[in-house]
Ligand binder design. Structure first.
Ligand SMILES: [Zn+2]
Length: 160
């Protein structure tokens, strides 16, 4: 039997990282030479914190717009099941500094400027669990994450 595939993220020693950070995971190359990059956007320290689902859900909806505006070739930004951060997928390659700066700006908007009108897709038609949003929680956690600073390196603090 073929060996089971091993997702890279399952090899990471989650006790060694220093969140909040952006980590480059890997690139995938398509048959036509296209490159897709995968990043670990870790907002809170694994096994020490987890963003409550309502706040994480609202951050997810907002990053779908805010990161798309800031990262060329944005494909998707989806939350981890452990609620400590997001996977970011992009066409092409970006430095972790560039991604960390885009994430910082996005969280600054959520923390300091966003009103309920800025949260996209919060209706029964446009969301799979529209009752489970909290802009208040999203703002408080964004503020706390920004106070720690976002590092462009997962193991050594290099805040952007
Ligand atoms: Zn939703």
């Amino acid at each position: 039997m073929a060996e089971k595939p091993q997702p890279e993220s399952f090899q990471l020693d989650h006790t060694k990282v220093k969140a909040p950070y952006v980590r480059f995971i890997d690139t995938e190359h398509g048959p036509n030479g296209d490159v897709i990059s995968n990043y670990d956007l870790r907002l809170v320290q694994p096994n020490a914190n987890a963003i409550p689902t309502g706040g994480l859900h609202t951050i997810e909806h907002m990053l779908a717009v805010l990161m798309r505006e800031r990262i060329t070739g944005y494909i998707d930004c989806s939350p981890f099941g452990c609620r400590t951060g997001f996977h970011l997928l992009t066409w092409g390659e970006h430095s972790t500094e560039e991604v960390a700066k885009a994430l910082k700006e996005s969280l600054e908007f959520i923390a300091n400027e966003a009103t309920w009108d800025d949260v996209p897709a919060t209706t029964i038609e446009s969301c799979g669990n529209y009752r489970d949003h909290s802009l208040f929680t999203a703002k408080q956690w964004s503020r706390d994450i920004l106070a720690e600073g976002i590092s462009s390196d997962p193991f050594v603090r290099k805040t952007v």
